[in-house]
Design a protein around this ligand. Structure first.
Ligand SMILES: [Zn+2]
Length: 119
C-alpha cells in the first residue's frame, strides 16, 4: 500500500476515534483527551488501549465500544505491518474499500460470505 494512502487511512481512523471520544470527552482526563493525527502509531495504539481499559468505556454505547475496538485493532494492524490484508483469506483488501471503511479487516468477498451466513 502506498504511504500516502496509509497516511489518509491513519488520519481517518484517528478522526473517527476522536469523534467517539468527544461524546465522552468530559469524562476523560487531559492526557487522553484528544489524539493527534500526526502521532506515532504506537502512541495512538497505547492511548486507544488505555481508553479501552478505563471505566469510561462503560459510558459508550455498545456500538461505539465495538467501533473503538475495531479502530484500535486497525491501528494495531498498521503498527504490525499487516494492515490491508483480509484476516480470513489473507488477500489484500481493495484500497477503495479501506478508504471508505478504514477499520475493515475483511475483503468484500469474505465479508459478504460472513453476512450471508448470519442471515
Ligand atoms: Zn477475504
Amino acid at each position: 500500500m502506498k504511504k500516502r494512502v496509509m497516511e489518509v487511512i491513519k488520519r481517518k481512523l484517528v478522526q473517527s476515534m476522536n469523534e467517539i471520544l468527544e461524546t465522552i470527552n468530559k469524562e476523560l482526563s487531559d492526557e487522553i483527551a484528544q489524539i493527534e493525527s500526526d502521532s506515532v502509531i504506537g502512541d495512538i495504539v497505547d492511548k486507544a488501549n488505555s481508553i479501552l481499559e478505563m471505566q469510561i468505556y462503560d459510558k459508550l454505547t455498545e456500538k461505539e465500544q465495538e467501533k473503538l475496538q475495531e479502530i484500535s485493532d486497525a491501528l494495531k494492524r498498521i503498527e504490525d505491518g499487516v494492515y490491508g490484508k483480509c484476516v480470513v483469506c489473507g488477500k489484500p483488501i481493495e484500497e477503495k474499500r479501506l478508504l471508505a471503511i478504514p477499520e475493515a479487516k475483511m475483503c468484500i468477498m469474505c465479508k459478504s460470505a460472513q453476512e450471508k451466513k448470519k442471515a
